[in-house]
Design a protein around this ligand. Structure first.
Ligand SMILES: *[C@@H]1O[C@H](CO)[C@@H](O)[C@H](O)[C@H]1NC(C)=O
Ligand SMILES: *[C@@H]1O[C@H](CO)[C@@H](O)[C@H](O)[C@H]1NC(C)=O
Ligand SMILES: *[C@@H]1O[C@H](CO)[C@@H](O)[C@H](O)[C@H]1NC(C)=O
Length: 500
């Protein structure tokens, strides 16, 4: 959301949402988002017992559950010199495939598409999408095997207030001619913020009609008639926008209902907020649960996407959002979304901000490694996992592309300054593969990540192997400030024999 959400909106939003909870998750204090008894000062020696309800599938997450955005504002400066075609970036991107790339953000509603080839010469700043800049990104997604979603300008409007698709049609004609594959489309970004951003408003009812026009526009192009549509891309899932849009016919024209989320503004720079269970809980309480509840009220089958999200807006906290510690909010968000039925989570963003997963030179930040590891390990049916309240635990099938059928993954976050020993009595006799991530040298503010004690680094622009430590049955000890993925590769979990 590069320069968008205001604190005012956030506070109004927090006040307007007194804890709707449409869920029946009796055992899930962790998942519920309610921390009743702060146990974070628990003695280091006490063990945490993990229970996984692996007979009940809560959700199915596919290979594209985690995706990434590039903010549309990079069009304005011709991608800001990002080295898309370097071997390093291409290798890093391929390691995330299959993957969804969304290009969206506030600037999406400022762009014009000039595919004539007669645009004025690029002078370092433009609101035009040109054949060159469009080619760069389409070539990139093709090279690295990603799916591409573009957020179209919703503020091109007719005198009667309806969306005018003419300029978007030019982009599609050009794209169809060049045989670009575009997996999905969106119309506009955070229209619940238009008043503050653009001094204008578009009603949810109007937007539902506009998205129907987008669908008709796509139908003009055989190459894009079956591309999917995601919307309404709200900054916050408040009923007056999100529910109203879906209820006004929006649910019939989108293939996924989408909302955005950031925890708080980047003016709050305390790294402890990133390891706070309370911060983690705010996501479920004020964003995820309201979004799921409203969407299910309108259409229980409609997929829900968290289509733009990161830690702190506007740009991310320096030396925090780009460090190992940022992973706590990210991994917890992935766990909560998987558990509560979200079908895709699109991380803001690939590059260009403090919270991006790559830096401006294309070098990986800690959240890059976490994202790649997550995609490799977690996939398929999702299960409720519970443990004590000063840690977070999640579970799902282990990705059948990398692990034997029937394998189960359990992942734990230890946001405490002391080690925590986990007991998993259901699997006490099972061998396990363990991936422990910490900041380099155990420093949660490190710009590097260690996997099982070894610093993760590219070697000649290639990714390292990222191997598990195979451990014999017993407990699992999580160091202070760490993430631990455990795969029980002989578990024969019935639901995980299903190759999702
Ligand atoms: C979940 O949250 C709801 C509402 O906040 C609360 O009533 C319920 O007791 C919570 N359940 C658990 C298991 O914490
Ligand atoms: C938290 O739990 C402990 C031990 O179960 C109990 O002694 C304490 O009173 C509880 N605190 C609160 C605030 O509920
Ligand atoms: C916002 O729009 C209104 C009506 O269109 C106009 O009167 C007002 O001057 C605008 N405000 C700003 C700050 O541009």
């Amino acid at each position: 959301m590069k320069p968008s959400a205001s604190l005012f909106i956030l506070i109004t939003f927090l006040l307007s949402f007194p804890l709707a909870n449409g869920y029946d998750l009796e055992e899930s204090a962790d998942a519920n988002g309610t921390q009743k008894n702060a146990t974070s000062k628990r003695a280091a020696g006490e063990r945490a017992t993990v229970t996984v309800d692996y007979y009940q599938s809560m959700n199915i997450i596919g290979s594209k559950f985690v995706g990434v955005t590039i903010d549309s504002w990079h069009f304005q400066a011709y991608w800001n010199g990002f080295p898309f075609s370097s071997k390093k970036v291409q290798n890093l991107a391929r390691a995330m495939a299959p993957n969804i790339l969304r290009i969206g953000g506030t600037s999406a509603d400022k762009l014009s598409y000039d595919m004539s080839g007669h645009a004025p010469p690029f002078n370092g700043w433009t609101f035009l999408v040109t054949p060159e800049s469009w080619q760069t990104i389409n070539q990139f997604v093709r090279d690295v095997g990603w799916d591409f979603i573009i957020d179209l300008n919703a503020l091109k409007r007719n005198a009667d207030g309806s969306w005018n698709p003419d300029n978007a049609r030019e982009l599609l004609q050009f794209s169809a001619h060049r045989k670009y594959t575009i997996a999905g489309f969106e119309l506009g970004n955070e229209y619940d913020m238009y008043q503050g951003q653009f001094n204008t408003t578009v009603s949810p009812q109007q937007l539902a009609k506009d998205v129907a026009s987008l669908k008709r526009l796509l139908a003009e192009f055989p190459a894009y008639s079956s591309s999917f549509i995601v919307g309404p891309e709200v900054a916050a899932a408040r009923p007056e926008y999100f529910h109203s849009f879906l209820a006004a016919g929006g649910a019939k024209v989108v293939d996924a209902a989408s909302f955005h989320h950031y925890y708080y503004p980047d003016t709050n720079t305390d790294p402890n907020l990133f390891t706070s269970i309370k911060t983690m809980d705010t996501f479920y309480r004020y964003a995820l649960d309201p979004a799921m509840t409203q969407s299910r009220q309108v259409d229980p089958q409609l997929p829900v996407w968290l289509s733009e999200t990161s830690s702190t807006y506007v740009n991310g906290v320096h030396n925090v959002a780009d460090r190992f510690v940022a992973g706590f909010l990210w991994l917890d968000k992935l766990g909560l979304c998987a558990l509560h039925g979200v079908k895709a989570v699109i991380r803001q963003d690939l590059y260009g901000e403090t919270y991006s997963i790559l830096d401006k030179n294309g070098d990986p930040r800690p959240d890059y490694w976490l994202t790649v590891l997550y995609k490799r390990i977690v996939r398929g049916h999702v299960f409720l996992a519970t443990a004590r309240q000063d840690v977070r635990v999640y579970s799902a099938c282990a990705n059948h592309q990398h692990f034997a059928a029937g394998s189960l993954a359990v992942y734990m976050l230890n946001p405490n300054s002391f080690p925590v020993t986990f007991d998993l009595p259901q699997f006490s006799s099972q061998p396990r593969m363990i991936y422990t991530l910490t900041g380099w040298d155990g420093d949660r503010l490190s710009q590097y990540t260690s996997l099982n004690g070894v610093k993760l680094e590219l070697v000649n622009d290639e990714l390292p192997k990222m191997q598990a430590r195979v451990a014999s049955p017993g407990h699992v000890t999580a160091p202070p400030y760490s993430f631990t993925f455990v795969v029980f590769h002989h578990a024969h979990i019935p639901l995980c024999l299903d190759r999702q």
